[in-house]
Write a protein that binds this ligand. Structure first.
Ligand SMILES: Cc1cc2nc3c(=O)[nH]c(=O)nc-3n(C[C@H](O)[C@H](O)[C@H](O)COP(=O)(O)OP(=O)(O)OC[C@H]3O[C@@H](n4cnc5c(N)ncnc54)[C@H](O)[C@@H]3O)c2cc1C
Length: 546
């Protein structure tokens, strides 16, 4: 197979010569290095079946800019990572880089010249290559610990692949209708059928296994090992993982129960750009797997694929009822079960996620849209607040509301503010039907109350159409708000003891809430992490007093 390509384009000959020399020294054994002074010359040097891993471009190219060239490269080589070179002190190029990164048009920026390549160039290119390779793991191009053979379009085949992907288990999928798939089944001695078959690295064969069985076969802990814990954490997203890590590191016997995959909502995010300490962003899966390692090192017990379906109080203890009928007993509980954000299910959205389309208010992206045109989808307070925030930066914001009026779900003060703003429009009875763009958002298609569709140019689309909290299992045991978020401390209407509730404490003493599931929480990775950590402070206070 041909070597993958590292491609660099810059109209400064000295930079190109140094780039060719530095990249060759470190990467020539595994990659073909292509350098050229114009995009056309670089592209002419590639064969049709070349696999481009990283594209590097200076911002000021002949006839185009680096940002535009890198955006266009995304069409040609969707898997390639993109790095922009910016001259020291070039404020205009630096600003363009920051905006383009925020809009997902490129991945990183690097100052040129870079001096010692060990300090800046190699770490930047290596990081991009490893991100690129990690995606290749998902595509099954690396050694496979698990092979799934099943019908291509079976829902169960998809669920198993999703479970393994989200838990970072190296695996490959083989359609049972292909000769390769049939051959694997024949070797395993299984007749082809409608169910997916799981082939493990050590020769074991599982036919359509339950998630628990598959996890156990992979050596994952699926049952609580102790009869009583100081703390049980429900949910393995950023809030739960942080709570478990801090609790264990501070000497509490701790179990974390997660029903699907660690990382929660954050684990499904390809790049978290606004988490402190990661200026180039970090993938949700990477952050989750680092957090799991840290929690385990600190001594937390992680129990996987266990749904918690009930909470009971027995004297001083809290009992968590698991879906399989087992129980986990603990002196305290932190609930960090998060929410499911409602998705906009229209063509084009998934492809442009992070490249102009965002779930949530995405405050960081607002500045990148300065002078541009943004749309906000949603009719509740969060959508109104996002529109007002965006209006400070963009030339025009349009709020797209499915219903006939704003008054039902939005506070009066926000409606007044929207009406006063000269650069905000509200379109009622309007839905988004399609999202368009090549590499970045360019337009949206909307349908109005008459059923007519039209296309509107758009630079940013912010989707705030609500979230469903994972709290049904607590309906009888913990006080919730009208949407199902858990009420804590000063928001509680009922509190059963003489002492005041501790911060983050729910209506059941000793049971705390952290992260997205908590009423009034800020829906961000950093705030979930913060709440997970601060919940442990309250757990200590509770245990010390009891
Ligand atoms: C598409 C998308 C992009 C985002 N991008 C960003 C971003 O760039 N930056 C940012 O700061 N934030 C971002 N967010 C928001 C961020 O992901 C959340 O705020 C954060 O994950 C909340 O963490 P959490 O631990 O409270 O909940 P979650 O991450 O939702 O984790 C909850 C966990 O609890 C588990 N669970 C639920 N119920 C049960 C049960 N009964 N038993 C056992 N386990 C259970 C779930 O399986 C899940 O793993 C994004 C969200 C989405 C959807």
């Amino acid at each position: 197979m041909a070597q993958p390509v590292l491609m660099a384009v810059d109209n400064d000959r000295d930079i190109l010569t140094t780039m060719q020399r530095d990249l060759s020294r470190r990467f020539a054994a595994d990659y073909r290095i292509v350098t050229a002074d114009t995009p056309d010359a670089a592209l002419a040097d590639l064969d049709a079946d070349d696999h481009v891993a990283v594209v590097i471009a200076g911002q000021w190219l002949t006839d185009t800019t680096g940002v535009d060239f890198l955006s266009a490269c995304h069409q040609l080589y969707p898997d390639a990572k993109r790095l922009l070179l910016v001259s020291h002190g070039d404020y205009v190029a630096g600003t363009a880089a920051v905006r383009a990164i925020a809009l997902g048009q490129l991945d990183q920026a690097l100052n040129k010249p870079w001096g010692d390549p060990e300090l800046e160039l190699y770490p930047a290119v290596s990081e991009l290559l490893s991100q690129q390779r990690r995606n290749a793991v998902v595509a099954g191009t690396r050694p496979e610990v698990v092979r799934i053979v099943g019908p291509q379009w079976s829902a169960r085949s998809h669920q198993l692949r999703d479970l393994l992907t989200r838990n970072s288990v190296l695996h490959g999928f083989y359609d049972v209708a292909t000769p390769e798939g049939r051959q694997l089944l024949e070797r395993a001695g299984v007749a082809p059928g409608d169910h997916p078959v799981v082939l493990l690295f050590d020769g074991r064969v599982l036919v359509d296994p339950q998630n628990e069985l598959l996890a156990e076969a992979l050596g994952v802990q699926t049952k609580p090992a102790s009869s009583r814990y100081d703390l049980a954490v429900v949910g393995g997203g950023p809030a739960g993982l942080t709570a478990a890590m801090y609790a264990a590191s501070e000497g509490l016997t701790t179990a974390l129960l997660e029903r699907e995959a660690v990382g929660g909502q954050a684990g499904t995010t390809s790049l978290i750009r606004n988490y402190l300490g990661f200026p180039r962003g970090i993938s949700g899966r990477e952050l989750a797997s680092r957090a799991v390692e840290q929690a385990l090192v600190m001594g937390a017990e992680l129990v996987f694929v266990r749904s918690v379906v009930g909470l009971e109080t027995r004297g001083e203890d809290r009992l968590l009822i698991l879906a399989d009928g087992n129980q986990a007993c603990s002196r305290t509980v932190v609930i960090a079960t998060g929410v499911t954000y409602r998705r906009l299910n229209v063509p084009g959205v998934d492809e442009l996620l992070g490249a102009g389309v965002f779930y949530g208010a995405a405050v960081t992206e607002a500045t990148a849209l300065e002078g541009k045109r943004a749309f906000v989808v949603g009719g509740a307070n969060s959508a109104g607040q996002a529109a007002i925030h965006l209006a400070r930066f963009v030339s025009h914001v349009t709020l797209l509301v499915r219903g006939p009026a704003l008054s039902g779900r939005m506070s009066a003060y926000l409606i007044n503010e929207l009406e006063r703003a000269s650069n905000i429009s509200v379109w009622l009875n309007t839905t988004v039907t399609r999202v368009q763009g090549r590499g970045r958002l360019e337009a949206i298609q909307v349908r109005d109350s008459t059923g007519q569709e039209r296309t509107e140019p758009a630079d940013g689309l912010f989707v705030l159409i609500g979230a469903d909290p994972h709290s049904d299992w607590l309906a009888d045991s913990v006080e919730r708000d009208s949407q199902g978020f858990l009420l804590t401390d000063s928001d509680l209407a009922h509190w059963p003891t003489d002492r005041p509730p501790l911060p983050q404490e729910t209506s059941t003493p000793g049971v705390f809430a952290a992260g997205d599931i908590r009423h009034g929480s800020v829906k961000r990775v950093a705030s979930a992490v913060g709440e997970g950590a601060s919940a442990i402070q309250q757990v200590h206070r509770y245990l010390a007093a009891s």
